[in-house]
Design a protein around this ligand. Structure first.
Ligand code: FAD
Ligand code: ZN
Length: 469
């Protein structure tokens, strides 16, 4: 990259729109888990779509690779520049452009932090249901580019289902204005969806029109022990039937995970008297005129009689609800504090989860006998964070070095269940070689054709998702 290209890019981004200061750049090139350490000659920080457009036009003309970045909370290395790429932070595109309460949507720029979208919806008495443990840092642009999931997918779908329109800057700098707010629009191909989940390889999202929803009048949050994962699945079916489909979140937690949270996260306590091997965190949300709490209570009571559930507690206050959620939301952090881990973000059909867990845990323990299984996740939508922690006192590096072997075994079993080896975190750099094993040649061909059409010079996040275009 020549000094001339760098000078033109800085000029396009404006005087406040770039940095070459290693101290400012450092937190942008290291990711949350510390798995990837990147580098970049230049951090670009445009504040307007027009600046992004000018930047990409220059990159296209000069074949300069560029990596888009939002909140840098991605878990597959997609947002990290690994060589000579310039880094494009969208963090300064952070205006909420419009909030339409009666129309139940808002328009936010890519760099708006998810928690700020929640606040903007809340201010008009509505809610935006996308909810992740990283919501204080991740951005709407990153959420859409990764098609983020989180805890409310069961009821509201993934990020893809929550977007009405998009503004995207194409690889050559053209602005593609798809910023519509229509619920129905069958005028040809739904182009916006191409950019959702594309991890910044097909275009740069600069703004999005997002669906808002009525705030539930009642939220019932329960924490229950279940006999085993099969009981957890059976309980979900019952709860959905009894509430008429009002379960918004349904999270499975193994005791091993709860133990890590209780050990590492301050001010946490086991909400139930006696330990049990498996737990579910259930949240039901509904309108004012339905006796939701009573219905959930009765369903849990019957499940106890039938020995599906051992013990259960229902939050009686917002503080209790927050404390229950903290147990779930702290799992990643607690596992990080415990030391080395092997992680898999997989999905299988919900009813296959018990068999998948049994088979995959046995298979992994066969090759790493003292690994500690810490599976948890969004049972309600079939997504399990199928994690293992290193044995106590073990050499973390040696454990982490088993990542490839273990992932191969886990992902092959996932395939046997017609599942996905990346349920919500994406491919990035971490899983791009694995992708070739699990997608058909026809699927990979089509992905390459799309990449070639939208980014013919392969400047947008090169080497992510697909190693070669
Ligand atoms: P980044 O990490 O900055 O970028 C992610 C990808 O999107 C990169 O490929 C980047 O190039 C691209 N990108 C970013 N912005 C743009 C843009 N404007 N245009 C084009 N491409 C762009 N994820 C889940 O799905 N569910 C969870 O429950 C969940 N929980 C998490 C919990 C923790 C503690 C952490 C650290 C992460 C979690 N994640 C989860 C992963 C992560 O938070 C999500 O992937 C999130 O959507 C990433 O947003 P971000 O703004 O940080 O994007
Ligand atoms: Zn998750």
């Amino acid at each position: 990259m020549t000094g001339d290209v760098l000078a033109r890019l800085k000029d396009a981004a404006g005087p406040k729109g770039f940095s070459e200061d290693p101290l400012e750049i450092a937190p942008h090139v290291e990711e949350w888990r510390g798995t990837y350490q990147g580098r970049t000659p230049l951090l670009l920080k445009p504040a307007m779509t027009e600046e992004v457009s000018r930047i990409l036009a220059i990159c296209h003309e000069t074949s300069t690779p560029i990596v888009p970045q939002g909140g840098n909370t991605g878990l597959v290395g997609g947002q990290i520049p690994l060589g000579n790429e310039v880094l494009l932070s969208l963090a300064r595109l952070n205006r909420v452009r419009a909030v339409d309460g009666p129309g139940a949507h808002l328009i936010a720029e890519a760099g708006v932090v998810l928690a700020a979208v929640h606040a903007a919806a809340d201010a008009v008495g509505l809610m935006f249901p996308l909810s992740l443990a990283s919501e204080g840092s991740c951005t709407i642009g990153g959420n859409l580019s990764t098609n983020a999931g989180g805890v409310n997918v069961l009821r509201y779908g993934m990020a893809r289902a929550l977007v009405l329109g998009l503004e995207v800057v194409l690889a050559d700098g053209r602005v593609l204005d798809l910023l519509r707010t229509l619920h129905k629009d069958n005028t040809g191909y739904d182009l916006k969806q191409l950019f959702v989940g594309a991890e910044g390889t097909l275009g740069v999202i600069t703004a999005a029109a997002l669906k808002l929803f009525p705030r539930p009048a009642e939220v019932v949050t329960a924490f229950a022990t279940v006999r085993d994962p099969a009981a957890a699945v059976a309980l979900l079916t019952r709860l959905q039937a009894e509430t008429g489909g009002l379960i918004a979140a349904y999270e499975l937690i193994a005791r091993s995970g709860l133990d890590l949270v209780l050990a590492h996260i301050p001010d946490t306590a086991d909400p139930l008297a006696a330990p049990a091997p498996w737990y579910v965190l259930v949240e039901a949300t509904g309108g004012a005129k339905f006796p939701l709490k009573q219905v959930v209570e009765e369903a849990l009571g019957e499940a106890m009689t039938d020995a599906l559930v051992g013990d259960a507690v229902i939050a009686e206050s917002q503080a209790q609800r927050a404390a229950l959620w903290r147990l779930r939301e702290s799992l990643s952090e607690a596992q990080k504090k415990e030391g080395a881990s092997l992680k898999h973000d997989v999905s299988v059909p919900v009813t296959a989860i018990p068999d998948f867990l049994a088979r995959a845990i046995t298979a992994v323990l066969k090759i790493v006998p003292d690994a500690r299984p810490v599976p948890f996740g969004h049972l309600g939508d079939g997504n399990i964070h199928f994690n293992f922690s290193a044995p106590k006192g073990a050499d973390g590096r040696a454990f982490a070095a088993r990542r490839g072997d273990v992932a191969r075994i886990v992902h092959d079993i996932v395939r046997d269940f017609a599942g996905s080896m990346s349920a919500e975190h994406g491919i990035g750099i971490m899983k791009r070689d694995e992708l070739l094993r699990y997608k058909s040649a026809t699927e990979i061909d089509l992905m390459r054709a799309l990449k070639h059409t939208l980014d013919p010079k392969n400047i947008l996040n090169p080497g992510k998702i697909l190693a070669s275009p």
